[in-house]
Design a protein around this ligand. Structure first.
Ligand code: ATP
Length: 514
C-alpha cells in the first residue's frame, strides 16, 4: 500500500511537471480541492469528452445533446430534493480538529476486512500452489469465515443506519468499531451532523431584492427541465436520451486524493427516457454499454468492477457504480441509476406544467421513467492517467517515464524532429508538420539530443515520433518511432497519414463499440 501511495505521489507531481494539472490559484497558495488543467491536460480532457460525446450522440440516433446554464431557477433544487436531502453526514475529531465523512470512515473500515480476507487467500495460494481452490477456501476456512461474518454484520448495520438516516447510529458504529482519527489517533468524536453540499450565491442587486441561487451540484436537472423542449422540437419518440457535458459544484466535506474529489468538477450525463415498466431492462443495457465504453480504451479489463448501491438515493429504484482500480483502491468513476419518474413528476408538481409523453403505440400518456448514466470527466482523467503511468527500466540501464495513454486520447499525436538543426532538415520537418497538423495535434521539436526529445514525448504520452534525417532528403522516407515498443521503422512520408490515423482517431475507438 505504501508503495502504491508513492506511485500516486509521483503521478501527481508528473501531472504538474508536464502541464497536465495545476493547483488552482497556486501563486496564492492554492484553493482547496480546486484544480486547473494545463496545456496537455486540457487536450487529454477534451479528447475524453469527445470520445464520450461521440459515443452517445453519433452512435445512437435517438440520443441528442444540450448545453444548459449553470444557474437555474432555485425551485428546481427544491423539486429535485437537493435543498432538503443533498447532505453528507460529517463528524469531527475534537483533538485533531479534522473533519470526516462518517460514512467514508465506516466504508474504510469495511475495506480493511476485505483486505484481511485477501491476505489470507494470498497466503493460502502460496502454500497450496496449483492445487488451490479459492472458492472452496472462502467457504471452508474458519478464519476467513469469521472475518467475513464480522464484515457482513457491520455492513448490514451500516446500510440500515444510512437508509434510516440515523446519525446517532452512524456515530455509535464508529465508537463500537473503535475507529480512530488517522491524524490524532484518538476516538474523541463529535456528534454526526448533516451538511448540505450545494454552494449558494445571490443573483441580482440587493437594491431590487436579490434571489438566492445555487451552483448546480449535477448537470442532470438541466436535462429534466428541458425534457419537453427537446422532445417537442426534436420530435423525439420514446425511448430517447439527452446528453450533456458541463461543470458541477459540490462543497465537499473532505477533499482529498487530488482531482478525485473536487469542489468544482465536470460531469458527462445522459438521461434516457423510457416506458414505465421497461426501466430495469434499460438499466441492464446501459450498464453493459457503459462498461464496454470503458473497456474499449484498453486500460485493463480487470481494473473495472460494478458496485451496487446499498443505500438508494431518494429517487432511485436501482443503482450501480462502475469502479476503477486507482492506486488508492477501487473507486467510483461512473454511476448508473434508474431514477424512476421522480424528477419529471416533481417538476410537474412544482412548476404546474404538464410533463407527459403521449405514446402513439400505446395510445396513452405517461410520465417517462429515466435511466441515467453519470460520469465525472476528472475522475475519468485520473483513471486514465494512473493506469498509463510507468517508470520503465530500459536494457541500457536507464529508466524512462512513459505515459501509455490510449492513442486517441493523447494530447499530442505525433512529434516531428529534424535529426540535426542544419542541412535543410528543419525545413523538411516543417513541411511534414504543415501537412499533418490539419488532422492531428502535431509538435515540432528541434532542441536537445534526439534521445532527450523522445523522452519528453514519452512523458506526455505522444504515440508517434517522426525523425527527419539526411536520407529523408534523398528518398522521402522518415523514421517512425512507436512510444510503447520504442520500435523504429522506415516509412514513406506519403504513408504517414494513414499509419497515424489508424491508431489515433477517436473513430478507431468508436468502431470497437458498435
Ligand atoms: P461520491 O460517492 O464519490 O461522493 P457520488 O455517488 O456522490 O460520488 P454522483 O452523484 O453519482 O457521485 O455523481 C456522478 C459522477 O460525478 C461520479 O461517478 C463522479 O465521477 C463524479 N463526481 C461526483 N462528485 C465529484 C467530485 N466531488 N469531484 C469529482 N468528480 C465527482
Amino acid at each position: 500500500m505504501a508503495q502504491q501511495e508513492d506511485v500516486f505521489k509521483k503521478i501527481v507531481s508528473h501531472a504538474k511537471e508536464y502541464g497536465f494539472v495545476f493547483q488552482s490559484s497556486e501563486i496564492y497558495d492554492g484553493l482547496a480541492a480546486v484544480y486547473d488543467y494545463g496545456q496537455n491536460g486540457v487536450e487529454l480532457k477534451n479528447n475524453i469528452k469527445r470520445y464520450w460525446w461521440d459515443a452517445m450522440t453519433l452512435l445512437n440516433e435517438n440520443i441528442v445533446g444540450i448545453d444548459s446554464a449553470i444557474f437555474m431557477h432555485p425551485t428546481i433544487w427544491k423539486a429535485s430534493g437537493h435543498v432538503d436531502a443533498f447532505n453528507d453526514p460529517l463528524i469531527d475529531n475534537r483533538d485533531s480538529k479534522k473533519r470526516y465523512r462518517a460514512d467514508v470512515l465506516i466504508e474504510e473500515e469495511l475495506a480493511k476486512f476485505d483486505a484481511k480476507i485477501e491476505k489470507e487467500i494470498a497466503k493460502a495460494r502460496k502454500r497450496f500452489g496449483d492445487a488451490f481452490d479459492e472458492q472452496q477456501f472462502r467457504t471452508t476456512n474458519a478464519r476467513v469465515i469469521e472475518i467475513a461474518e464480522k464484515r457482513d454484520a457491520l455492513h448490514a448495520r451500516f446500510a440500515k443506519a444510512m437508509n434510516d438516516n440515523n446519525l446517532e447510529e452512524l456515530r455509535q458504529i464508529i465508537i463500537d468499531q473503535e475507529i480512530v482519527c488517522p491524524i490524532s489517533g484518538t476516538r474523541n468524536w463529535t456528534d454526526v451532523r448533516q451538511f448540505n453540499l450545494m454552494f449558494r450565491t445571490e443573483m441580482g442587486s440587493t437594491a431590487d431584492g436579490s434571489m438566492t441561487v445555487y451552483l448546480r451540484p449535477e448537470t442532470a436537472q438541466g436535462i429534466f427541465v428541458n425534457y419537453l423542449n427537446v422532445q417537442k422540437t426534436g420530435r423525439m419518440r420514446i425511448p430517447f436520451g439527452i446528453a450533456q457535458i458541463g461543470k458541477a459544484f459540490r462543497n465537499e466535506i473532505v477533499a482529498r486524493q487530488f482531482i478525485f474529489r473536487m469542489r468544482e468538477f465536470e460531469q458527462m450525463e445522459m438521461q434516457f427516457f423510457v416506458r414505465p415498466g421497461s426501466e430495469l431492462q434499460w438499466f441492464q443495457k446501459w450498464k453493459e454499454t457503459r462498461l464496454r465504453w470503458h473497456k474499449a480504451l484498453g486500460l485493463g479489463d480487470a481494473k473495472y468492477r460494478f458496485h451496487d448501491h446499498d443505500k438508494l438515493a431518494h429517487y432511485a429504484n436501482a443503482a450501480t457504480d462502475i469502479e476503477f482500480e486507482m492506486p488508492f483502491g477501487f473507486k467510483e468513476v461512473e454511476g448508473i441509476h434508474s431514477r424512476t419518474n421522480f424528477d419529471l413528476s416533481q417538476h410537474e408538481k412544482f412548476s404546474g406544467k404538464k410533463i407527459q409523453y403521449f405514446d402513439p403505440e400505446l395510445n396513452e400518456s405517461y410520465t417517462p421513467y429515466v435511466i441515467e448514466t453519470s460520469i465525472g470527466v476528472d475522475r475519468m482523467f485520473l483513471s486514465v492517467l494512473c493506469s498509463s503511468y510507468e517508470e520503465q527500466a530500459l536494457e541500457n540501464g536507464e529508466t524512462r517515464v512513459v505515459l501509455h495513454l490510449p492513442a486517441p486520447l493523447a494530447p499530442t499525436k505525433c512529434a516531428v524532429m529534424p535529426l540535426v538543426r542544419k542541412d535543410g532538415l528543419p525545413e523538411k520537418a516543417r513541411e511534414i508538420v504543415n501537412d499533418l497538423k490539419f488532422d492531428f495535434a502535431t509538435h515540432y521539436d528541434e532542441k536537445d539530443s534526439i534521445g532527450k526529445r523522445y523522452r519528453r514525448q514519452d512523458a506526455i504520452g505522444t504515440p508517434f515520433c517522426i525523425t527527419v534525417d539526411h536520407q529523408t532528403l534523398e528518398d522521402n522516407t522518415v523514421t517512425l518511432r512507436e512510444r510503447d515498443s520504442m520500435q523504429q521503422s522506415r516509412v514513406n512520408i506519403a504513408d504517414l497519414h494513414k499509419l497515424i490515423h489508424d491508431r489515433v482517431s477517436i473513430n478507431s475507438l468508436l468502431r470497437k463499440l458498435s
